[in-house]
Design a protein around this ligand. Structure first.
Ligand code: ADP
Ligand code: MG
Length: 461
């Protein structure tokens, strides 16, 4: 078999043998030669051979110790090369030492050319398979995540493709999907992989700001525009100049703000509050919503003309329960991240515990799963999370809502009671983490404000 792609190096001080080998191998490979140690290292660096035939006994000292040293040295220069040692020694020791130091095989002189060719052929085949496997592994790794967004499901693969497709353009993207599905993450990924990546990415949480603040927040104000406006202040639109502006939860904008936003998008300029001269901006707009915008248009709560301006490239993020094959990977990822960040040794998880998590409904999507795993890391000391850890401390509904619940669970609690307990625990944890700020805690838990208020009332928190 001719394989001109492979480079071989013969390191042998016996000129006759070296030439003999060269003649018999040059038909199949690109072959280089070296007669001493210095030439060997030089050739390894220069030609990066795939395979090296190495005589262990080279001048000046002609002993195998020197040969082993050279072998180690070559290893450092060419980590992936296959090294086959040749020795005139009838004792096996030096050959075995060489194998310990990473030689692939050894060969005793006098050389049987046919046998040597076989060994070389086999070694290179193995090398190729290893290379291929490594490439596959790398490719697999790349497709497991994109810009920190993890997913192996077909649905997420499509999301990655869409991100790649829109990132390069200036297209106005609208991210749609339930709360906690990764809209924020995707908005950043689009910015970070696009031509504006070196410019600012400015995010505005539209629902978090009261009406009178959102206007100055978005557009900025001049000194004296209203009581408290003691200085000129740039708004988020100006801050995002030449970069990306991400308007989150756009469905909650008031009609007045919607009208102003529409004007900016049409004219690419706006007025700071209290200003007479308009400001020009160049921003790429990305918006997000978990609401049914079309329904809000029908109800007269969202302007149709604004809808057409922002709904240019819709990108839908699937709910976690629609892509359960992503759950194991996400669980492992979050386990690693939280164990690392809390400085605790890495935790594993048993197959049946993983199964339970994979089948839970996760109405709060990845955000809820992430918080859940964080709680596990903080509350479970053992190295492996088992399914016994799940129903006692963290009652998880193991079936889709609406399916029949088992009447009794571990510890004699019914499932609703266990869920209730878990709910209280999560609420308390979240509130503690946010120092009692309910709006923030609600975000952590992936519920809206009203539900948060309801839950606190229900549990007297
Ligand atoms: N596919 C994913 N891979 C890794 N982390 C994710 C993924 N999707 C969401 N997250 C994490 O879950 C949390 C919620 O995501 P986020 O982008 O804020 O959701 P949304 O904006 O849709 O409510 C964030 O902490 C985010 O980093
Ligand atoms: Mg978000």
């Amino acid at each position: 078999m001719r394989n001109g792609n492979h480079r071989l190096l013969i390191v042998e001080d016996d000129k006759l043998l070296r030439e003999q080998l060269w003649w018999s191998l040059k038909k199949d490979y690109e072959v280089f030669q070296a007669g001493d140690r210095a030439a060997a290292i030089e050739s390894v660096i220069k030609h990066q051979p795939d395979l090296i035939l190495l005589d262990l006994h080279l001048p000046p000292d002609n002993n195998s110790e020197g040969g082993i040293l050279l072998l180690k040295n070559i290893r450092r220069q060419a980590r992936e090369a296959v090294i086959i040692v040749m020795t005139g020694d009838q004792k096996k020791e030096s050959a075995l030492r060489a194998m310990e130091e990473g030689a692939y095989d050894y060969f005793r002189k006098p050389v049987d050319l046919a046998e040597l060719k076989m060994i070389i052929h086999r070694a290179l085949e193995k090398l190729m398979i290893e290379k291929e496997n490594r490439m596959l592994r790398e490719k697999f790794h790349q497709e497991n995540s994109y810009e920190g967004i993890i997913g192996v499901s077909k649905a997420m693969g499509k999301v990655f493709d869409s991100i790649r497709r829109v990132a390069d353009s200036n297209a106005t993207v609208i991210l749609r999907g339930e709360s906690g599905t990764g809209k924020d993450l995707v908005a950043r990924a689009i910015h970070n992989t696009g031509p504006r990546k070196k410019k600012p990415f400015i995010a505005v949480q539209c629902s978090a700001l009261p009406e009178h603040l959102i206007e100055s927040e978005l557009f900025g104000h001049e000194k004296g525009a209203f009581t408290g406006a003691v200085n000129d202040r740039a708004g988020r639109f100006e801050m995002a100049h030449q970069g990306t502006l991400f308007l989150d939860e756009i469905g909650t904008m008031s009609p007045a703000i919607q009208a102003k936003l529409l004007r900016i998008l049409e004219q690419k300029e706006f007025l700071r509050l209290g200003a007479k001269e308009p400001v020009q901006v160049d921003v790429r707009l990305i918006t997000a919503t978990n609401e049914d915008l079309e329904a809000r248009i029908r109800e007269g709560k969202f302007r149709e003309d604004l809808y057409f301006r922002v709904h240019v490239f819709p990108l839908h993020l699937p709910a976690l329960r629609q892509r359960r094959e992503d759950i194991p990977l996400l669980v492992k990822h979050f386990l690693k991240v939280f164990c690392d960040s809390h400085g605790v040794p890495g935790k594993g998880i048993t197959a049946d515990a993983m199964e339970t998590l994979s089948n839970a409904p996760w109405p709060g999507n990845v955000r809820q799963l992430k918080n859940f795993v964080m709680t596990l890391v903080l509350t479970i000391d053992s190295e492996r999370i088992t399914s016994a850890d799940l129903p006692t401390g963290h009652a998880l509904p193991s079936s889709e809502a609406g399916q029949a619940f088992p009447a009794v669970t571990i510890d004699g609690l019914s499932l609703p009671e266990a869920v209730e307990q878990f709910e209280v625990q999560l609420l308390k944890d979240a509130l503690q983490k946010t120092e009692g700020i309910k709006v923030e805690a609600a975000k952590l838990l992936g519920v809206d404000k009203n539900r948060m208020m309801y839950l606190c009332r229900k549990h007297h928190i």
